[in-house]
Design a binder for this molecule. Structure first.
Ligand code: NAG
Ligand code: NAG
Ligand code: NAG
Ligand code: NAG
Ligand code: ZN
Length: 279
């Protein structure tokens, strides 16, 4: 197995473009009619970029995420010099974005996408940008991890909006809305994004909650957990270990033998019936 992880380092120095004054300004001080801010960054790779060809390019985008698919609010495209990709390289970029689109209550991600001449996405990386922490003349050192595009990556764009919100933005479907809640057929439940095997009908039970519930994963290492402190509650979030899709939460009020309750959003799953296979 080849290991293709490339780390791109992005060094960001924020400075603010002032339309009516030369003085630098607080990003959110609109009293002087600031129009745009500029992110000056540097992309560095410490390894060899494979599959790069003559017309490969990197697109750096600042994207706004609310409770929807991210929207691009600024982007810049840089051609990659294929000579430089054999060695560690450093690449400067400047991204100008409209301040009218910035709000400390939103979240932003800086994404780097490397495409080759056939427009095939070969490296991807996301970096959350802590907008609310920005201070005047503050310099940030941010690191973006760009990995070779996984095979499931394009499936994210094909998700329903609800499945997108649940798996990518840690949302929750309404209780009693998933057909899987009452599904008693024998089979396996896989990740809606990457099709990794997550749960089995063997461990499914009626929890009375309105969400498909299991007392253990089908394959333990395929389901990963994290502490989630959203809404002032401390819960254990569970996600697909392979693609990081959010699945739901795990609680310790389940049945024997584990006493765990994996409370899973049906839209995060696909069901493969055993019966169907036999036909
Ligand atoms: C905004 O700019 C004005 C004029 O320079 C200044 O008086 C005010 O304190 C600034 N406000 C903030 C929140 O920085
Ligand atoms: C590149 O950076 C990563 C993360 O810092 C490190 O694990 C890896 O060994 C580095 N590779 C090279 C070739 O320096
Ligand atoms: C890339 O390498 C080729 C061959 O070594 C050389 O002719 C060309 O000038 C280089 N291009 C740049 C932009 O350095
Ligand atoms: C998804 O996984 C199931 C179960 O392993 C398999 O039967 C199915 O062919 C897979 N689907 C795709 C599109 O790979
Ligand atoms: Zn997955």
């Amino acid at each position: 197995m080849k290991h293709h992880q490339i780390i791109l380092y992005i060094f960001i120095i924020y400075f603010f473009h002032v339309s009516t004054s030369r003085e630098s300004e607080n990003l959110f001080n609109h009293s002087k009619r600031l129009t745009h801010a500029i992110i000056n960054g540097e992309v560095r790779s410490n390894g060899t970029l494979l599959n790069i060809d003559r017309n490969s390019h990197i697109i750096i985008e600042l994207r706004l995420t609310r409770d929807d698919r991210p929207r691009s609010i600024a982007r810049t495209k840089i051609k990659l010099d294929s000579n430089r990709t054999k060695d560690p390289f450093s690449l400067l970029f400047k991204l100008k974005y409209p301040l009218s689109k910035m709000n400390p209550h939103n979240t932003y991600i800086l994404t780097a996408r490397i495409r080759n001449s056939q427009n095939k996405l070969i490296y991807v990386g996301d970096l959350p940008v802590p907008v609310t922490e920005r201070k005047e003349k503050q310099a940030k050192h941010l690191i973006i991890n760009v990995v070779e595009t996984p095979s499931w990556f394009s499936n994210i764009d094909k998700l329903s909006l609800l499945a997108y919100k649940v798996t990518q933005l840690a949302g929750t479907e309404e209780a009693f809305t998933s057909d899987f809640y009452t599904n008693k057929k024998s089979g396996i439940y896989t990740c809606v994004v990457c099709n990794s095997t997550l749960f089995s009908s063997k461990h499914k039970y009626n929890s009375g909650t309105g969400w498909p519930s299991f007392y253990q994963p089908a394959i333990e290492k395929n389901v990963a957990a994290d502490v989630d402190r959203k809404y002032g509650l401390t819960r254990t979030e569970v996600h697909c270990a392979n693609c990081k899709a959010h699945l739901g939460h795990v609680f310790d009020d389940g049945p024997q033998p584990t006493y765990l309750r994996y409370c899973i959003n049906g839209v995060a799953l696909q069901f493969y019936s055993d019966e169907y296979d036999r036909k």
